[in-house]
Design a protein around this ligand. Structure first.
Ligand code: IMP
Length: 424
């Protein structure tokens, strides 16, 4: 039976969605990306080669799969070209199977300039963004003066819209020596980039519906994590898109019924890049251990990730807001050598016990995690491919998570390679 799955990250991103999407793409005919931009970085290991894709769905690595970039994405045309060049260099044929919505908004050089200025003005309370121009591009989209892919194909309209940008962004652009402020230069570069896009533009909503009607299996690929959702995450320490399931409906123009299964990706511990509350953060040797063993450095920016214990309170929230049916647990092997493993089961705040995420961020920053300590298995699980071959204590750890969240475990990842996976 066909099963169209959506894959979402259940923490603050970097849960290892790239590998899971890559695995599931093998069973799908179509992969569609619905939000975010080049702030994401999906690392895929194929054989001995490592690829990092920021915008193009990782399904492109599978010959014959169709890949779609939806209107909910903010697309940096320069970064997109770099990825196309990478695919070409690697001999990966994308022609006739990579498509972009005309309604996708563009991230342009001035967005990055604006973000730099804004982040600097925030001073100590900056959001520590990826500096990929994501926020300012979504601001323009919502303000209804964003430049969209379709504008690339109409040079006169593009010129008019860029001239309007000059007018309304004087505060950032006028008198700036930064070349990103030079809108005429951007216009000329876009005219060249437009040729790359011309053959790729299709109505993504319509194409997906046709694929669906033709019985094709579709995989919906989320970027970032659900705690970074602009509405349901740790706002303002969030990204600017809806990273949760709802984002797929509006970001691709699909109906609810096109999604059969919601798969949440959960890293066996927690990480976060950038600023914002992180109740189970470990600023000690154990945190350092997780960072080293888990190679927790950003795929897009190389920044060291903050590391901490698994947080069930966060997971209960993201499982609920997405309606997660089953989970994929990643990086189990990173915990292999630990003597004991802690799991946060609730928070304590002013003498009160809380088992759900408080929506008031000030409260979330003040909570103290309440831990349950589980024994470590202290043996090597790397590359294990069967649940029954895992040490009993590792199975107990996984079952503890599934039981608390009332979900099934669909996959367990025990290493970076495609083959290092347990399929349940
Ligand atoms: P922005 O998306 O660049 O605006 O960054 C906003 C916040 O989201 C920052 O804390 C970033 O570190 C975080 N963020 C954005 N994209 C990712 C991602 O793909 N993985 C993890 N964190 C991300």
């Amino acid at each position: 039976m066909r099963k169209n799955k959506i894959v979402v990250g259940c923490q603050w991103g970097d849960e290892g969605k790239g590998k899971i999407v890559d695995l599931l793409a093998a069973e799908a005919d179509v992969v569609a990306r619905f939000q975010g931009g080049a702030n994401a970085g999906h690392t895929i290991v194929v054989g001995d080669k490592k690829y990092i894709l920021h915008l193009i769905p990782s399904g492109i690595m599978h010959p014959g799969k169709e890949c779609y970039v939806g209107n909910g994405v903010v697309l940096d045309p320069y970064a997109f070209k770099e990825e196309i060049d990478l695919l070409t260099d690697q001999g990966i044929d994308y022609k006739g199977r990579l498509w972009v919505s005309p309604a996708t908004n563009l991230v342009l050089p001035y967005h990055k300039l604006i973000e730099d200025v804004e982040e600097r003005s925030r001073g100590a309370t900056n959001l520590d963004t990826t500096k990929r121009g994501i926020g300012p591009a979504y601001v323009d989209k919502v303000a209804r003066h964003g430049i969209r892919v379709v504008d690339l194909l109409a040079p006169e309209r593009l010129k008019k819209k860029l001239d309007y940008q000059k007018k309304i962004k004087t505060k950032y652009l006028e008198g700036s020596a930064d070349e990103r402020a030079d809108i005429d230069r951007t216009y000329n570069e876009l005219l060249e980039l437009a040729e790359l896009f011309r053959p790729l533009v299709v109505d993504v909503s319509l194409a997906l519906r046709r694929a669906y009607d033709n019985g094709k299996t579709i995989l919906f690929e989320g970027a970032q994590g659900c705690m970074l959702d602009v509405d349901l995450g740790t706002y303002p320490f969030a990204t600017s898109s809806n990273t949760t399931v709802g984002g797929a409906l509006t970001g691709l123009g699909i109906g609810l019924k096109m999604i059969d299964q919601v798969l949440g990706v959960v890293k066996a511990y927690t990480t976060r890049v950038g600023a914002g509350p992180f109740p189970t953060e470990l600023v000690d040797e154990t945190g350092e251990h997780l960072r080293e063993v888990g190679q927790e450095f950003g795929a897009s920016t190389g920044r060291p990730r903050r590391c901490g214990w698994l947080d069930m309170v966060i997971l209960r929230h993201t499982v609920r807001v997405n309606g997660v049916d089953s989970i994929a647990i990643t990086k189990l092997d990173v915990l292999d050598s630990l003597e004991e493993i802690k799991v946060c089961t609730a928070y304590e705040l002013n003498g009160e016990t809380i088992d759900q995420v408080p929506l008031d961020l000030t409260r979330l920053s003040q909570v103290k995690p309440i831990y349950r300590t589980l024994p470590g298995w202290q043996s090597d699980t790397t590359g294990t491919t069967s649940f029954d071959d895992l040490p009993l204590k590792a199975r107990d750890y996984l079952n503890f998570i599934a039981h608390d969240l009332k979900v099934d475990i669909a996959l367990v990842s025990t290493g970076a390679k495609r083959t290092e996976t347990i399929v349940i």
